[in-house]
Structure formats: C-alpha cells, structure tokens
Write a protein that binds this ligand. Structure first.
Ligand code: FUL
Length: 465
C-alpha cells in the first residue's frame, strides 16, 4: 500500500459554495424516487434479525450432567435432573448482556427432547417441560425465543431409515405449533459422525417447508440457509470478505457461532472467556458483517453460572464504553469522485445521513459512479481514534467490494493510507493498526458493484474512558 495523494482542503469560499449546492441538492433529492435495489436483498425479517447483532445460544440437556459433548442417546433419562432450573435467569442475563434472542438446544444429537414429545420416548416428563418454561421466560423478559432441534438423533429407533424424516418433521410441527413462534430454527448439519454412526439422508425440503408453513418469519439456520448460514468455523470468526448474498439470487447472511467456554455444554472444570477474548470475537463477527451467536451453557443447577454472567455484563459495558461516543460528532462530510484529481460530487441523499443514527436514512451520489469515490470527513478539531465503523444500507443490497481509509497529517502536510478492506455489508468495523490523530479522514470506495449506498460512518477510540 503506497502513499495516497490527498485532496487539498477547499478554501472557505469554495466550502460555502459547496454547502449551498449540497443544501439545494438535499431539497431536490427528497422528491426523487427511491433508488432501486441491487441484486438480492434481505427480507424484513432477515433485516430485523441482522440488527439483533448478538444472540445467546444455550446448550442444555443430559450432557450437562454426564460431562459429554455428544451424548450416545443411551443415557438414562433420570440423568437430566437440574436442581434449581430458572429460565428467567437465562433471559435476564441475556437482556443485561444486550442480547435480544436465545436459542435453546431443545434436542441435541443424543435425541433427548426437552419437551414431552409424542414422537419419542426419550424426553422430559410433562411436569418437567423445559421448552415451555424457556419460552414463557423469554416472553416475560422481552427476549425472542429460538430453537435448536438436531436432525441427527442417536436415540430414535427409526434414525437411519426413510421413516425418520417424517418423525423429525412431526417433531418440528409439534414444537413450532405448540411452543412457537420462534425467531430462529437452528439445524445442525451433523449426520452420524464417528465410528459406526448411522447416517440419514435428510429431507431438507420437508424440514424447511414444515417450519416455514407454520411460521414464514422463522429464520432457518443451516450450513447453507435459507434464512442464514454457518460461518464455517466454531470460533465466531467471519472472513474479512463477507457477502450476505449467495450467487445472483439469494440473501443468506452469515451467523458466527462460538461458545463462551471451551465446550458447548457446561463442564464443572471449564471457565468462560475473558472480555478481551469476547471483544476480539465481536470484531471478527459483528464487525465483519456477521451475527454473533454466543453460547452460554446453563450448569447442572439449570442456571447460568455467576462467572459467565459477570463476564457477559462486563462485555456489554465494554461495548457501551467504546461505542457510545461517535467521534464524527459535529463533522462535515463531503463527497468527491475521480481518478487522481478528485472533484466535488453531487449527492442524491445528503452526506449528513452518514453520521446520524437513524437506520433508514442513507447517503448516495446523484450520478452512477461505482469507483474512486471519496468521502472526506472534516472534524471540528483534531481527534484521536482507532476504530472506523461503516455500514451499507443493505435493504438496497450489498454493493461495495473494495475500500480504503486515509488521513491527513495537517493542513498542506500530506497524509497516509492507513487501512483497506473489501466488503462492508450491514456493519464493518475496521481496527486501525495504530491510533490516528487528525482533523481530516477519507473513506475511499475503490470499487462497488453498483453505486454505493452507505447509512453510517462512525469513529471510535477504544482507549476513551
Ligand atoms: C455442532 C454440534 O455437533 C455441537 O455439539 C454443537 O451443537 C455446535 C453448535 O454444532 O455441529
């Protein structure tokens, strides 16, 4: 990455002219028709889901009591014996941690159902209906319930035969009809792994249609969608280049799952990650156009341990500390286009929309430029920051393929390229290699599949108190 020739700062009179021109454009822009979407776009439900940003995963079942990660399905039902289960406490912890949804493992690979299913004998008793308590607790605490029901079933006698697909569809029908609506249905891709594992040809078309016929607004997670897709690892880490589009026709955003502890289920000798580790995960998931699904396993009492909830509350406080003060406050943002010599560009929607917090206001150029577009941010005074947050207005599609960030050392003193990236999507947080102190920052869209539409640029200082 070489040095970049920065645009000399316009003289005050030119600035005034620009300001008047921009103001006039704002007035005309308001009457122009809405821009057309580019490529696949999220449904309203997918957009609402993406805006949740962080949800909680709860792995809970016989493994919580046996120490296993993958139960054999031969466990005695009596092993599942929480001594002080309190699903309201889970929901309360999620709310305090800033998470809007919880997904519970209602059936893991051992086949044990946390609801008294009519389609299996390996279940809780009707008096011990965990799924009911979970759903009620979520509703009481204003948290959206979601459900994980593993297709892989190491207990069910019909597993490995075509009949199992209809058994599984019946279970889905039972859960979604009697306990729904669920904001998300999590389908694990596992299918008889390990020695002597029976394999099943899953009828995904049947499974998906069963859920969506009951509730078309449930986001279905699987390795490939259709609602959202697996990030491809269990570390909560999305790729730097992260598209929510798949091919030319589908919007299937990424969900990054990871556990707060080494295992997915609670084990007495394991401990939660630190706030620093969780922040790293946050930057690598939410900060890379993904949704973070953070697993917080209840213990053998049926409660989230105090050490986990303390870390979660501290993780929330850390995000609040960093992201509550956007350093673009009072900034003027101007748009330029060109290759080498940049010229002031007309905006169809004003650049001031980039620094407001309203989600549905966005900036877009009047002309159809797709490359070499500079957004010059002039701060009221020199400020220090080390994070740049960008958001594309995804209801109109994901467009940007390449951008870079540069800054000016001072009036007529040149400047430097400081970071570059590929995709932006719903949210992209760029950690600068070192803190920058400047009045003038440039976000350059090097290339976009269609005219870029951004709804937010924000600057933060991770060291700010
Ligand atoms: C994996 C499963 O095999 C793990 O047990 C866990 O549920 C994780 C979220 O997905 O594929």
């Amino acid at each position: 990455m070489g040095q970049k020739h920065l645009i000399p700062s316009p003289m005050p009179t030119i600035r005034l002219t620009l300001f008047i021109t921009v103001a006039a454009l704002i007035a005309t822009a308001c009457s122009s028709p809405e821009p057309k979407p580019y490529g696949p776009v999220p449904t309203e439900t997918q957009l609402a889901w993406q805006r949740m940003e962080i949800n909680m995963f709860c792995h809970f079942g016989p493994n919580t009591f046996t120490g296993a990660e993958w139960g054999s399905g031969q466990e005695n039902k009596e092993v599942f014996a929480p001594t002080a289960m309190d699903c309201r406490q889970w929901a309360d912890v999620a709310r305090q941690a800033g998470m809007g949804g919880i997904i519970l493992t209602a059936k893991h690979h051992d086949g044990f159902c946390l609801w008294p299913s009519a389609f299996s004998s390996h279940t809780v008793s009707p008096q011990q209906d965990v799924l009911r308590e979970f759903v009620d607790a979520c509703h009481n605490e204003g948290i959206k319930p979601g459900v994980y029901i593993s297709p892989w079933d190491r207990n069910h006698p019909s597993y490995g035969t075509p009949e199992y697909n209809s058994v599984f569809a019946n279970m889905l029908r039972e859960v979604h009809n009697n306990y729904g609506p669920f904001f998300e249905q999590w389908f694990d891709g596992a299918c008889g792994e390990g020695p002597n594992g029976k394999r099943q040809e899953y009828d995904w078309t049947l499974f998906n249609s069963t859920v969506l016929n009951i509730n078309p607004n449930t986001i279905i997670f699987s390795d490939w969608g259709p609602g959202c897709r697996w990030v491809g690892n269990e570390d909560g880490c999305a790729d730097e280049t992260c598209w929510s589009t798949v091919g030319d026709s589908s919007w299937v955003p990424v969900e990054a799952d990871v556990s707060i502890r080494p295992g997915w289920f609670w084990h007495a000798n394991e401990h939660p990650k630190t706030v620093e580790e969780l922040m790293e995960i946050y930057y690598n998931s939410v900060g890379r156009n993904g949704l973070l699904l953070l697993n917080v396993p209840p213990d053998n009492r049926g409660r989230i341990p105090a050490e986990d909830s303390a870390v979660l509350v501290a993780f929330r406080a850390e995000r609040d500390r960093i992201f509550s003060h956007d350093l673009t406050e009072g900034a003027v943002i101007e748009a330029y286009v060109g290759d080498g010599i940049m010229t002031a560009a007309k905006s169809r929607y004003p650049t001031s929309n980039l620094s407001d917090t309203a989600y549905h206001t966005y900036w877009m150029l009047k002309d159809n430029d797709t490359s070499n577009i500079d957004l010059k941010i002039t701060l009221p005074e020199e400020r220090e920051f080390d994070l740049v947050m960008l958001q594309e207005y995804i209801p109109l599609g994901q467009r940007v393929t390449r951008f870079h960030i540069s800054y000016s050392f001072g009036e007529d003193m040149g400047g430097a390229w400081v970071a570059s990236g590929t995709t932006i999507g719903y949210k992209r947080i760029i950690r600068l290699p070192h803190p920058i102190r400047t009045r003038t920052l440039y976000i350059t869209i090097d290339h976009s599949l269609a005219p870029p539409i951004l709804n937010r640029i924000a600057l933060y200082n991770t060291q700010a108190q």
